[in-house]
Design a protein around this ligand. Structure first.
Ligand code: DAH
Length: 344
């Protein structure tokens, strides 16, 4: 009996000695296996209980269990100690240089097309216009017929269209909003509207995209004259391109306006001297316009004897390209952040 308790004490002492020497969690684990494991030294004493007398057995059993508890506690305490030590070492070895400059977050900004659209909208809003919208998928009636482009009209050819069914197509311009607004404003309230949005045509090259953007504009009231159209468009174009901009009106033809005019501005690159961008002419074309054809007013139920108006259609990409000095429209759609970051 005393021999056994001596042996247990010796085991406890040996464990403590080895614990004191342990340096890593694995060392502690090895000590546990060596003494408390299935074939461990303390465990084997338990296995030998059968060789003892009946009286001795419970006493020895109790001694072994107490010793096991104590050893477990010591092992656990050492584990905690080692864990803390390794954390401390990690903290000390990790050097953080708080004088390093921070990393700059990448900041996005509005797309140049969107910026241009907002700028144009703001210019018209300042002049008292309101914004209207209409469907991208449009009927042949609103896209063509209501605008004095009957079925066999040759001017339809210019807008090589994308049809959904025979009578439904992706709108080829924002002009359907002219007829839609005229009809919605019966009976004859005066109005000033712009209609920005996507339009679709079967074109694709450096200056044409199958999806692009236009902004339609229209005023209808009593006594609207061509001089109103000129004055307002000049104001708008100088607002967008600067007060030094010269504006020129050229006679043109659109079925929904009479008379019609195409509008040029002095070249934004050379100021009118002639360069590559304006192909040596000093002028660049920016929009189409005209007095609303009385036929269109009448078709929409408005008395053309009493009311008159003017309308215009502007290509957004064209305005953006001229503002930023871009010659390939596709750059606006490619999403190259290196380029877009420069166009603000
Ligand atoms: N819808 C024409 C086009 O896409 C542009 C246009 C010209 C609109 C003259 C107008 C206008 O309102 O008066 O080519």
């Amino acid at each position: 009996m005393t021999m056994i308790s001596d042996k247990i004490e010796a085991i406890k002492a040996a464990v403590d000695e080895q614990i004191a020497k342990s340096e890593a969690l694995q060392d502690v684990q090895n000590i546990r296996v060596k003494y408390l494991g299935k074939k461990g030294e303390l465990t084997s004493i338990m296995k030998d209980l059968k060789n003892l007398s009946k009286e001795e057995r419970p006493q020895v059993g109790q001694l072994v269990n107490t010793a096991r508890g104590i050893i477990e506690d010591h092992l656990k305490a050492r584990m905690e100690e080692l864990k803390e030590k390794s954390l401390e070492m990690k903290i000390q070895s990790e050097k953080i240089d708080i004088t390093l400059p921070g990393r700059k977050p990448v900041m996005g900004h509005e797309h140049p097309l969107h910026l241009t659209r907002r700028l144009m909208e703001q210019s018209f809003l300042n002049m008292g216009f309101s914004i209207v919208e209409g469907p991208d998928i449009e009927s042949d009636y609103y896209n063509f017929q209501s605008l004095n482009l009957p079925e066999d009209h040759p001017a339809r050819d210019m807008q090589d269209s994308m049809y959904v069914t025979q009578n439904i197509l992706l709108r080829t311009h924002t002009s359907p909003l002219e007829a839609r607004t005229l009809q919605a404003h019966k009976p004859n309230e005066p109005f000033k509207i712009i209609a920005p949005g996507k339009v679709y045509r079967c074109d694709y090259d450096a200056t044409h995209s199958p999806v692009f953007h236009q902004m339609e504009g229209m005023i209808v009231d009593k006594g609207i004259r061509f001089s109103d159209l000129k004055g307002m468009l000049e104001d708008f174009l100088r607002d967008i391109f600067g007060p030094q901009t010269k504006v020129r009106f050229r006679a043109s033809y659109f079925p929904f306006t009479e008379p019609s005019a195409e509008v040029d501005i002095s070249c934004v690159m050379c100021g009118g001297k002639g360069c590559r961008v304006c192909k040596g002419t000093g002028w660049i074309e920016v929009l189409g316009s005209g007095m609303v054809n009385p036929k269109v007013l009448e078709m929409c139920g408005i008395d053309s004897q009493k009311y008159s108006g003017f309308a215009f259609g502007i290509g957004l990409e064209r305005i953006a390209m001229k503002r930023y000095g871009i010659t390939d429209m596709r750059l606006l759609y490619e999403g190259d952040a290196r380029l877009l970051g420069q166009l603000r």
